[in-house]
Write a protein that binds this ligand. Sequence first.
Ligand code: UDP
Length: 447
Amino acid sequence: MRYDIMLMYIKLKPLINKKIPKIMLPKSRGKIALISVHGDPAVDIGKEEAGGQNVYVRQVGEALSRQGWQVDMFTRCSDANQEKIVEHNSNCRTIRLTAGPEKFIARQKIFNYLPEFVEEFFNYQHQQRTIYPIVHTNYWLSAWVGMAIKKRQSIQHLHTYHSLGAVKYRSINTIPLIAKTRLRVEKECLENADMIIATSPQEEEHMRSLVSKKGNIMVIPCGTNIDCFGSVDQVSGRAKIGVDADAKVVMYAGRFDERKGIETLVRAIARDEVKRHENLKLMIVGGSTPGEKDGMERDRIGELVEELGIQDITEFVGRVKHEDLASYYAAADICVVPSHYEPFGLVAIEAMASRTPVVASNVGGLKFSVDDYKTGLLVPPQDEVAFAKGIDSILADDQWRQELSENARKRVEDKFSWDGVATQLDQQYMVELNKLCAELGLLVSAV
Ligand code: UDP
């Protein structure tokens, strides 16, 4: 949309007569601000605090830019040496705003810097002489930012939670101090945002049963790059990463975080029904920083692997570049997603796109992405016996594994491609723009 025209109309609104003017939208759709305060879409993925949300925002941003939107992704600068603006393509950028010290701050401690983030957002708009009519926020911290912007400017506010405090706090022992604030913000956002994007029907159900009955929710799943994941076959994947052609390979990919359930996986691998498979190999993929929270979890899992006596068959691969993961998924016979709680779980659909069956916890978005007995298996979370049984049953039956793997690819092609997801978001943004323009006395239509 030609936003300059809209701005002009806003300025002229008091002078516009009763007849509603109609603006024809050119192919260029206009500007969107994607806000992801703590999940920088331009950083390396697979380390502390950099996982699914970063991938989601970056991929959504790029896919929307291909649909004709001009996408600016706002995040907090977390290192003084970082570039302030990263251009991903001519219509998609990451913009880093200064809010608090320019260094890494754990997400539990970012809340106090949000007012500064909002001021910086307005300063940026002012300097650039622009405004963003659509603001799509990610995670509760950004929800607060979106609501603060909406108090001062006419916008349509869309929000994706990525994780719900009301669900998360049920599965952890130590509730952080920030919990009360988070729960309040999540409720306020659900009740007041123009549209909440749930990434699975299960997430929508959690919002309704645990957060509020009020507010607008629609389901648009997360997506994956089906050209990248699925481009490698098992033989070439194994050759590329140096794994024996006849090995039985089980893998995990993701951050080192207790709620990811890596402990359940290693305990399952150490059980006799899994260990009995010849040439068994466990690959744990994901980065960590010594001394940080993820480094400590990495050490804890390392010690457990030794204690269980599976160090010879376990490889800690470290962080792998997102695109390079395609070879790892392809090389594996099974990808395990043992999370205690998982709002969506990108790894499951990346593995399935790569034709790798998934054994996952029967929780959250995994219930939606993994089709039980068709694309993998769903088992109770934190149940190492059930995980072992599931892994063993797939490793023991190659023909069944092949069937699961073909179904898995098809399911992702049908439901979870980024371009399909971006088309659904594009349509919703157009609806939101029309609502905004109607409020402002304008009528927008796409050409
Ligand atoms: N990932 C990566 N390299 C790694 C490990 C993980 O690129 O070494 C990516 C992985 O491909 C996925 C994301 O990190 O896209 C993890 O997302 P998921 O939704 O599974 O978990 P989250 O981080 O949101 O808890």
